[in-house]
Design a binder for this molecule. Structure first.
Ligand code: FDA
Length: 458
């Protein structure tokens, strides 16, 4: 038998919000969030009765927590469900434990997807400054590290506590761990069968993220729900991921593991899209191939069969070309080529590179000018064909996802009325550097506003 619980009293939520807002002391907020977390983690008894909410959010990650908290604070009765025991694990491990939670330079230009303009609206309505203001209100310290990337001073846990506090303000109910077994839409109500029994709501938000790092809870549930309601999904693929090389012309990757250097890396998309995408960042050699920010960035644009190009000496002191420098060295030096090159490259890389050509294993004064010219050119246009990526186990994000043509860019609602998709499950993928969290906050915020408007209209 269905039991319909009346809508929660928005005044209570508001009162709780005001109480907490008066407590600017972050330790009070964190301790209340922790208490609330332990209450929520306790197994709720299964009554067998159908519970009713204004909206159900599946996925207690960055986007789900933020959306639930925002919608709850607008008086909606929200249920947040996650199959993992732990909350927001990706936030916890992000940014080396300090969470690169936004980027001050965020625009739509740092995102990829079939429609790169789709994210414009949500990003414009919830900006990095809005999230920074929220952190300031909660007394969370942060700093800029590199190119607009903002990190917590202390720990990523500060962001998790902030989101939990926001959910507490919104009196969000959280079922965790709790698996969702079935989703159906009957008479404009979304009915879910879960570990804790059936539950229903007029609005359903899917915030289940991508497929990256399956060992901490990633699943394809979001894509399955989309397909169930005849919404297209752009095939997901690992992104911001190390690239691997097998049988390439460079046999010495394992020997170079750990070598890092600043480079310019670029790729040109095929099939008529000749625009080059390039990044100037650090490159890192690994046991199986290449990683580091430069390669993670370019990996999001890489497709099987496409070569990448790396300039191993992108900027040289004084702007002098490498070829000119090597020819100048030839006239005054008797050192081996590798030793001369080690002024411009890590010594292990210089040594390994010159080993590939017998002419380069002698004193620089004995090497023909043509060979030095070719060496300089090869180093500035190293073209190589990745054989694959390290896969979802190592990918920071998943590119592809719910096709944005199925969604409203204003509200994130899909063509299936009352069904929303937010965060990484959508075909919107940010560069490395805090952009993916900013998309999570912005899409969650746009959706929460829409949930609230739609509930008020109902
Ligand atoms: P997110 O993955 O955060 O949350 C999805 C939630 O859904 C999870 O809690 C999961 O358990 C739950 N879920 C999945 N399937 C479910 C199911 N079947 N039933 C119920 N629940 C289910 N970005 C950035 O901007 N700055 C950074 O510093 C980093 N660093 C970083 C490091 C590492 C190692 C990784 C893997 C990723 C990053 N990222 C990042 C990317 C960032 O973490 C990511 O884009 C956001 O967490 C996406 O937020 P979502 O809420 O969409 O998904």
């Amino acid at each position: 038998m269905d039991r319909f619980v009346p809508r929660d009293d928005a005044a209570l939520a508001l009162q709780s919000h005001r109480e907490l807002a008066n407590h600017e002391d972050p330790s009070v907020i964190a301790s209340r969030a922790a208490t609330w977390q332990s209450i929520c983690l306790r197994d709720a008894p299964y009554t067998g009765l159908m519970e009713n909410f204004d909206a159900i959010v599946i996925g207690a990650g960055a986007a789900g927590l933020f959306c639930a908290g925002q919608a709850g604070q607008r008086g909606l009765r929200i249920l947040l469900i996650d199959h993992s025991a732990k909350v927001a694990e990706k936030i916890r491990i992000s940014g080396g434990g300090r969470c690169n939670f936004t980027n001050t330079g965020t625009t739509h230009a740092q995102f990829l997807g079939e429609n790169p303009n789709f994210c414009r609206s949500a990003l414009a309505r919830y900006t990095p400054q809005d999230f920074v203001d929220l952190l300031k209100r909660h007394g969370i310290g942060f700093h800029e590290k590199h190119k607009g990337q903002l990190f917590c001073d202390r720990s990523a846990q500060d962001i998790i506590d902030l989101l939990l506090a926001q959910c507490e303000l919104g009196r969000v109910q959280r079922w965790q761990p709790c698996a969702v077994h079935d989703v159906a839409c009957v008479d404009s109500l979304y009915r879910l069968q879960t570990d804790r029994g059936p539950v229903q709501a007029r609005q359903l938000v899917v915030a289940t993220g991508g497929l990256s790092i399956p060992k901490i809870g990633a699943s394809d549930l979001g894509y399955r729900i989309a397909r169930q309601f005849d919404l297209r999904v752009i095939p997901p693929r690992p992104a911001l991921v190390p690239l691997v090389f097998e049988g390439s012309r460079w046999p010495d990757y394992p020997a170079l593991a750990g070598v890092a250097l600043p480079v310019r890396v670029s790729i040109s998309a095929k099939a008529g899209k000749s625009r080059e995408q390039a990044f100037e960042e650090d490159l890192l050699f690994t046991h199986r191939g290449l990683s580091g920010p430069a390669v993670l960035q370019i990996s999001s644009y890489w497709q099987a069969g496409l070569p990448i190009r790396i300039a191993l000496t992108p900027h040289r002191p004084g702007g002098e070309s490498l070829q000119a420098a090597l020819l100048a060295a030839k006239s005054v030096s008797r050192r081996k080529v590798a030793n001369e090159l080690a002024q411009y490259l890590p010594a292990r890389l210089a040594e390994a590179w010159t080993l590939t050509d017998a002419k380069l294993q002698q004193a620089i004064c004995d090497v023909p000018d043509k060979a030095l010219g070719k060496l300089a050119q090869d180093l500035s246009q190293w073209e190589l064909l990745p054989s694959g990526t390290e896969g979802y186990g190592k990918a920071e994000v998943t590119a592809g996802g719910v096709d944005t043509r199925e969604l409203s860019s204003q509200t994130l609602e899909s063509k299936q009325s009352g069904l929303y998709f937010i965060g990484e499950v959508v075909d919107v993928t940010g560069w490395l550097g805090g952009y993916n969290f900013q998309w999570a906050w912005a899409s969650a915020h746009a959706c929460a506003m829409a949930l609230s408007r739609s509930s008020a209209d109902a």
